[in-house]
Design a protein around this ligand. Sequence first.
Ligand SMILES: *Cc1c(COP(=O)(O)O)cnc(C)c1O
Length: 382
Amino acid sequence: MNKIDINFSKVPSPAYVVDERLIIKNLEILKNVMDRTRCRILLAQKAFSMFSLYPLIGQYLSGTAASSLFEARLGYEEMKGKEVHIYSPAYREEEFDEIMNFCDHIIFNSFSQWNKYKDKIKNSEKKIECGLRINPEYSEIKTEIYNPCAKGSRLGITLKNFKEDELDGIDGLHFHTMCEQNSDVLERTIKIVDEKFGKYLKKMKWINLGGGHHITRPDYDIETLIKVIISLKEKYDLEVYLEPGEAIALNAGYLVTRVLDIINNEIDIAILDTSAACHMPDVIEMPYRPNIIGAGKPGEYPYTYRLGGVTCLAGDIIGDYSFKKPLKIGDILVFTDMAIYTMVKNNTFNGINLPSIVNYNDKDGIKIIRQFGYEDFKSRLS
Ligand SMILES: *Cc1c(COP(=O)(O)O)cnc(C)c1O
């Protein structure tokens, strides 16, 4: 754990505080993988779209991966001159010209989508590389909502539905079957992909290994990743893309919040100026229990509290935590690993304001990038 030297009392509350130094640390790890393997790594924007940092991220990575027209445009405009890849389960016809304008790589989820748009792409002046998402029907994900290989999945083409006579114009294959996993999972997945789709890979210019690679986690086995990428490149003579989201900003940001009230109902309850439902929805969706600096599991320290959000949703509970000293109204609590899948997923349910977005670096110290207000809430309604 890095020593935390940010003075969180100087930050508006609630706020997502991203430590640029930790982003750089992650980017250096990813760049090292790129340099050693000649692979290309993209930022999956769906996990982290703090575009004020895109110029920095673009100094290390090859570009962005998008899941929609808007993400594609954000990557195109804010990470200038870098690659823009897009994958979507299906494209809207009225958006496709714009998508072609912003993207250099377009990945299709089915042969029907590919056949629908291939003439448009062939006839365009811009050189766009096309890929197909395959479903190798192999994953090691326990949480069904995050498992693209679940029974009946709509994501990707299974071998049974793969049409080898409709590949003219296809430059690459894409799969995304991992979630917060280590390289041993990738190694086992590649074995299956190779067995099932290897004969098609011979004809491809690239393969995209999707996201879910926790490359910047301390226990991640980078040597196995490097071995897998190099052996793919040697066997099939193609470019290898990875598009992790989490790995770029893993453990690089905080959610700073204050205690608004303390009550008791069988258990001590602290009500915070944040909300699981609005500001960290994965706590409820995944679900998981985020860490708080200086706090422990219930009963680990003398004073245990249930931490609740400020919405009226009964289940807006972050979890039970213990502290060395009793909590007081106004105390600051700092949740860790809050850069990813937070700002991109937050909402204004109950009219709760969005947390400010704050950056920290050595040169500027604490810098408030963006604060939100009533207009942001109102502008999404009518
Ligand atoms: C979610 C997703 C990613 C990024 O996944 P992480 O778990 O954030 O690394 C990349 N590609 C696709 C197609 C995805 O759906």
